[in-house]
Design a protein around this ligand. Structure first.
Ligand code: P1T
Length: 379
């Protein structure tokens, strides 16, 4: 079965009780048992819910995997993967990750005795140098948020070997453009709030793996900690995911046109988009991904305040956190999505005060280009 057929059919069988073609929203917290322990496989909705089960089957299929566990947010999915570790374990992390991931690692998990080394994971040698006897996990984002750097997943999985779990946050690329498990990763995480849900109307996350033992442990934590999505949110994400391929093709077409336009504009200093030949890892993008996605970031030759003013004057790009919805968004990472990283650390990583990030939507690209052109002309 191919990608879009899986998105539309896996987990989406007609409802066994009514024949409803679309999986119902099983808005129930519990299930009536015929006798103690005699039930239809559902006992309590933190543990298991039919709408969530349908979503999990669909999302596992999209990553060509056996198992998925859905969560109430991307951060809850990330936390569930980190729950695989124990005090004393060491983690190597991409130094360009979502600010909330950095906050979870540095402000929450360090207190539990985990240690983290942040490296420029676009350089596999830097990852290799950071691995130590206590390293149990490598956490990667590729493309990274917000600088759109790439990580060579296969090279890093080869370095990690069998004893170190490589987890990839595949939120930016989506399974439509990148399949990390096929490149050797053991776990894939998504914020389904983004492209998978696709309509900016639900917060969610998922952890996906082919490894039965790892899945059992993630499921155990999903139930024990309880960061599960409610049935309605699970249903919204599932409905959105059915059109993932259609949307991603349009996101990419639009993003590519905008990246090329910005790169030609004299006021623009630098554009970060893996689909541009000027991207330092364009060749890796062509090898590792089947498309370049809908995210880009850029800097302009203007002071920070004017960059922020520019972001607020656009007509079709809402000034907002998040990404991956059908509508275009613009954000100022230093003060918004990555504000939880101390300034010094941010600047060391290249997240400067002049950087702007675009989540290019699926509107008519001519309107988006005109919008940008008009706002740039006012600068
Ligand atoms: O917001 P939540 O669903 O909990 O997902 C967290 C998350 C995880 N991974 C990546 C790569 C992300 O970008 C995010 C959330 N990011 C934003 C809200 C943002 O605007 O970048």
């Amino acid at each position: 079965m191919r990608f879009s057929t899986k998105a539309i059919h896996v987990g989406q069988e007609a409802d066994p009780t009514t024949g409803a073609t679309i999986v119902p929203i099983y808005q129930t917290s519990t299930y009536t048992q015929e006798a103690v322990g005699k039930h239809k496989g559902f006992d309590y909705s933190r543990t298991v819910n039919p709408t969530r089960v349908a979503l999990e089957a669909q999302l596992a299929a999209l990553e060509s995997a056996a198992h998925a566990s859905a969560f109430g947010s991307g951060m809850a999915a990330t936390a569930a993967v980190m729950n695989l570790l124990a005090a004393g374990d060491h983690v190597v992390v991409s130094d360009d990750v979502y600010g909330g991931t950095y906050r979870l690692f540095s402000r929450v998990l360090e207190r539990y005795g985990l240690t983290f080394t942040y490296v420029d994971s676009s350089d596999p040698h830097a990852v290799e140098a950071a691995l130590g006897p206590k390293t149990r996990l490598v956490w990667l984002e590729t493309p990274t948020n917000p600088l759109l750097k790439l990580v060579d997943i296969r090279a890093i999985c080869d370095l990690a070997g069998n004893d170190i779990v490589v987890a990839v946050d595949n939120t930016f690329a989506t399974p439509y453009f990148q399949q990390p498990l096929a490149l050797g990763a053991r776990v894939v995480v998504h914020s389904t709030t983004k492209y998978i849900g696709g309509h900016s109307d639900a917060v969610g996350g998922v952890a996906i793996t082919n490894d039965d033992a790892l899945h059992e442990r993630i499921k155990f934590h999903q139930n024990s900690v309880g960061g599960v999505p409610g049935p309605f949110d699970a249903w919204l994400v599932m409905r959105g995911a059915k059109t993932l391929a259609l949307r991603m093709r349009q996101h990419e077409r639009n993003a590519r046109a905008i990246a090329e336009f910005l790169e030609r504009h004299p006021i623009v200093e630098r554009v970060n988009y893996p689909g541009l030949p000027s991207h330092p890892q364009h060749a890796l993008a062509q090898r590792q991904m089947t498309g370049f996605g809908g995210m880009l970031s850029f800097t302009m030759r203007v002071p920070e305040q004017r960059a922020m003013d520019f972001a607020a004057t656009l007509r079709y790009f809402s000034l907002a956190e998040s990404l991956g919805g059908v509508e275009s968004l613009i954000c100022h990472p230093a003060r918004m999505t990555h504000g939880s990283i101390p300034k010094e650390e941010r600047e060391r990583r290249g997240i400067t005060d002049g950087l702007l990030r675009l989540s290019v939507g699926v509107e008519d690209v001519e309107d988006l280009l005109e919008d940008l052109e008009t706002a740039l002309a006012r600068l």
